[in-house]
Design a protein around this ligand. Sequence first.
Ligand code: IPE
Ligand code: IPE
Ligand code: MG
Ligand code: MG
Ligand code: MG
Length: 295
Amino acid sequence: MNENLPSLLKPYRERVEGALKRAMPESRPDDGGVTLAMSDSLFAGGKRIRPILCMLTFDAAGGEPCAIDDIAAALEMIHTYSLIHDDLPCMDDDDLRRGRPACHVTHGEAVALLAGDGLHTEAFAQLARAGNIPADRRIRMTAELASAVGVSGMVGGQALDLLAEREPVTAQDRLEQIHRKKTGAFIAASAILGAVGAGASESEIASIRQYGESLGLAFQIADDLLDVTATAEEAGKRVGKDAERGKTTYPGLIGQESSLRLAHELVDRSVQSLPFDTDDRLLAAVARFVVDRIG
Ligand code: IPE
Ligand code: IPE
Ligand code: MG
Ligand code: MG
Ligand code: MG
C-alpha cells in the first residue's frame, strides 16, 4: 500500500466532512428523530471512498474550484442511505455498522427507513442546488447518478442479491452482474460525476467509466472477502454473515484465492484505463488501496 495515501487523502476527507455538515438539514427536536438518525449514520465514520473518487477525478480532469464538494457530499449521503436500508431486518438484518449499532437498532425500523429516504432525497436536492456548476453538467450528473443507483443499478442489484438468498446463483457471470449493479455502478458514477463536473471530454468520461466499473466490481469482491477474512472490529460490521444468510459471494463461488487474484486483475485493468497521465496518481493509489486492504 502507498504509505502516504492516508495523509494525501486527509485534506479530501476534511472537505467531505465539511460539505456533509453543510448539506445536512438542521436537526430539530420536533421532527420525530429523523434528522438525528440521518446524522448519526452519516457521521459514524466510513472510508468516504465515493466522494473522494468524485473529488479526485474532478481535480485530475482540471476542474476549476467550484461546488464539487457539495456533489461529493450528495454521493456519501446516498451511500449512507443504502447502508441504513441494507442493514434493515427485511434486508441483510445486520445490527452493527461503522463500528456502531445499526441505525434501526438505535432509532427503530421506521425512523431508520425514513432516515434513508431523507438522505436519498436531500442528496438529489444537493445536485439541484450546486449553483456554480453549469446546469447542463448538473443535469448530466443527475441522470448518471439516478441510473447508477436506481433500478438498473444499485436498487436492481440489491433486489437480485436478496433473490439470490432464495435461489442461489451458480454461474459466475450472474454473480458478476449482481455485484456490478449493487455496488459497481455507483462507484463508477462517483468517479464519472467528478469528470463531468470538471467538463472532461467524452473520451475521458468513457475512460473514467471503465476505471470506475472495474474498480467497483473489485470493491465488492474485496467486501465479500473481508466478510470471510476480517474481524468485526476491523470491518466495523458483522462478519461471516454472507455464508450464514446463504448469499452467493465470490469467495463462496470461486474460492478465496481466485477471488483475490481477480480483484487484483480488475484493479490493474482499472488503473490502465485512467486517461489523465500524471494527474492520475491519486486515483491509481485509491484503486490499489481497495485490494491492498485485503492482502
Ligand atoms: C460498504 O461500503 C458497502 C458496500 C457497497 C460493499 P464501504 O466499504 O464503502 O463502507 P463505508 O462507507 O466505509 O462504511
Ligand atoms: C451492500 O453489499 C451493497 C449496497 C448497495 C449497500 P453488502 O450487503 O455486502 O454490504 P455490507 O457488507 O453489508 O457492507
Ligand atoms: Mg446487502
Ligand atoms: Mg449487507
Ligand atoms: Mg458485504
